[in-house]
Write a protein that binds this ligand. Structure first.
Ligand code: FMN
Length: 395
């Protein structure tokens, strides 16, 4: 079979993921403003599940009640029925795909330009952050998700605790990594305590914050090693999307973590080479392996071609391939690759039209869909796709 490694299964705590293609989390803007599952949201994930991906991480779900428009919510038991329906609908079209959910606590933002920082939490408020993650994980279990991902990347609470930007002085921050890791570890252990030893629990971290004074591969390798030691079932390596170098927002707008250099690294634009973050996964994988752990490492970042994905696995740079925009653009990427129909893949332009919609709190869709579509048509072929925003990728 072509792409033998890409289509080989992988088993995490007894749960078999049918292949190594992993759809990383992507905020869709398809929920209601207050975070309920909608028919459009279900259609998006059902469409993606049908295309043969091995695992899908359903988008970052908010664990606290405070406002966060058009973000999926898992902050109350009332959200469980909608999430249960979502999982059921995806399973009906693909009984093999493993369905996870990413749980996250955001830092609050205001239209005045104010943003909450980790230093703003009082020490006595920190146990509540742990409890909220556990409550969200309990809801994820009730909804029937196959695995949970703890969001410790980008601009959110746990990532900001891990980052060198965290200047707390109470034993939960500062120059010592063990202090910056204290809360994320408490969250990990408490959620593990809830889900037990037979349930996959993954962690997503930044390989680099790509801002001064954020984490580099040096810190992220140590963070990954510690989570491997604690038994995390995978480490998904992302990058960037920090507030520290974001532009000053225009009057009446909240700060946007995507607006600076760091923000431009999370979903690499067309001007970066394909696979420009693989070196982060590779570095982390080496660090984890040299400490004696076999924890699967997931890489992501402008990987668009099945041959390239197979090479990354063959060269031992990662164990699973994260595809986000490539699957948004063409959910049938996996099935087309598997069946030797690579030429029929509708290629992501890396134009970040999708990401810019997210920054505006709008519905996230791909510029290549025909006019009026919220999810890829079925079937979707290059001849049906709207021209890419970026001419040079039209090869
Ligand atoms: C619109 C959009 C929303 C995203 N939302 C999330 C998210 O909720 N959680 C997360 O960890 N990453 C998120 N990401 C980052 C992706 O998961 C991924 O790491 C990044 O886009 C690079 O992979 P790609 O080149 O395959 O798209 C988002 C990316 C985009 C474009």
């Amino acid at each position: 079979m072509a792409y033998e490694r890409l289509f080989s299964p992988i088993t995490l705590r007894g749960v078999t993921f049918p292949n190594r293609i992993h759809r990383t989390s992507m905020v869709s803007g398809l929920t209601t403003e207050d975070g309920w599952v909608t028919e459009d949201l279900k259609k998006r994930y059902v469409r993606e599940a049908k295309g043969g991906v091995g695992s899908i991480v359903v988008e970052a779900a908010v664990i606290i009640p405070s406002k966060s428009p058009y973000n999926l919510r898992i902050s109350d038991d009332r959200f469980v029925p909608g999430l249960t329906e979502l999982v059921k609908a995806m399973r009906e079209v693909n009984s093999e795909v493993k369905i996870g959910i990413q749980i996250m606590q955001h830092l609050k933002l205001s239209k005045t330009g104010w943003r909450q920082r980790v230093e703003d939490f009082k020490t006595e408020e920190l146990p509540k952050i742990v409890e909220d993650h556990v409550a969200a994980a309990r809801r994820a279990l009730s909804a029937g998700f196959d695995f949970i991902e703890l969001h410790m990347a980008h601009a959110y609470v746990l990532s900001s605790f891990l980052s060198l930007v965290n200047k707390r002085t109470d034993g939960y921050g500062g120059g010592r990594l063990e202090n910056r890791m204290r809360l994320p570890i408490e969250v990990y252990k408490a959620v593990r305590g809830l889900v037990g030893e037979n349930y996959p629990l993954g962690v997503r971290i930044n390989g680099e914050d790509f801002c001064i004074p954020g984490n580099t591969l040096l810190q992220s390798s140590r963070i990954a090693r510690k989570f491997a030691e604690l038994g995390a079932d995978y480490i998904s390596v992302s990058a960037g999307s920090r507030f520290e170098d974001a532009k000053t927002p225009a009057e009446g707008n909240p700060p946007d973590p995507m607006s600076g250099y760091s923000g431009h690294r999370m979903s690499p634009w067309y001007w970066w080479p394909d696979g420009c973050h693989v070196f982060l996964a590779e570095g982390i994988r080496k660090a984890v392996r040299s400490a004696g752990f076999e924890t699967p490492i997931i890489t992501a970042g402008k990987i668009r071609d099945p041959k390239h994905a197979e090479e990354i696995l063959a060269e031992g740079k990662a164990d699973m391939i994260g595809l986000c925009r490539a699957i948004l653009c063409d959910p049938d990427w996996p099935i087309k690759a598997k069946n030797g129909r690579e030429k029929e893949i509708v290629k992501c332009a890396a134009c970040n039209w999708c990401l810019e919609a997210d920054s505006r709190y709008e519905q996230v869709k791909c510029i290549r869909y025909p006019e009026g579509y919220l999810s890829a048509p079925e079937p979707f072929l290059p001849s049906m796709a709207r021209p890419a925003a970026i001419k040079e990728i039209e090869d």
